[in-house]
Design a binder for this molecule. Structure first.
Ligand code: SF4
Ligand code: SF4
Length: 192
């Protein structure tokens, strides 16, 4: 089966997805040497820099330090679109999820890929709703990160009957979401 071009696949899939930018797939995006942190900050990305040591360059990478990064959900995401698309960082330019690649390779049809995206978005929304019901309302950080914060708090403080039931649903929802992300979206997925 012949697949669409990368451009066609991005138009058909990414335009209704955005899970590599909204905190579902990643908790942050690391900058590369080729990125300009000051420019990205001016474009509205809240770049978090490592502590500057002697020898580091522009706050991106220095000897053994972690690189500068910005958190997800991305501040540049508007609906499913990147509002700084032409100036997006290197990692964003290079990233193509497993589902997109499988679609381009003709291993999964566009309608099937859209159906997978719809199901994954539904699972992610359910997880977000349960996180909020359990008091994680600020929406910052990746979903996995937020889930672990809720786990730690409930382990420390305990959960009432209603919160206990919600936490059960959240745990099952997170597990189902992670299975879908692992099956279809993380790089390496090859719909064989
Ligand atoms: S996760 Fe894949 S399909 Fe979704 S927006 Fe990112 S690259 Fe596109
Ligand atoms: S800069 Fe654009 S492509 Fe990169 S994470 Fe943010 S919204 Fe997505």
């Amino acid at each position: 089966m012949k697949g669409p071009t990368v451009k066609q696949a991005i138009a058909a899939l990414c335009a209704q997805c955005g899970i590599c930018c909204d905190g579902t797939l990643f908790k942050d995006v690391q900058l590369r040497e080729s990125d300009d942190p000051e420019r990205l900050e001016a474009l509205g990305l809240p770049v978090v820099r490592p502590r500057v040591r002697v020898g580091s360059v522009k706050g991106t990478q220095g000897g053994g330090q972690s690189p500068a990064k910005f958190p997800q959900p991305c501040a540049a995401l508007a609906g499913c679109k990147c509002r700084i698309y032409r100036e997006r960082p290197a990692h964003c330019r290079e990233f193509e999820c497993g589902l997109l690649l499988a679609c381009v390779a003709g291993r999964v049809t566009v309608p099937k890929a859209q159906e997978i995206i719809g199901r994954t978005l539904g699972k992610a929304d359910a997880v977000r709703g349960l996180l909020e019901q359990l008091g994680n309302v600020e929406g910052r950080g990746g979903l996995g990160h937020r889930f672990r914060r809720v786990c730690r708090r409930l382990e420390r403080d305990g959960a009432s009957g209603r919160d206990g039931a919600r936490f059960g649903r959240l745990t099952r929802g997170m597990h189902a979401l992670n299975l879908m992300l692992g099956d279809y979206f993380y790089p390496g997925y090859r719909y064989d």
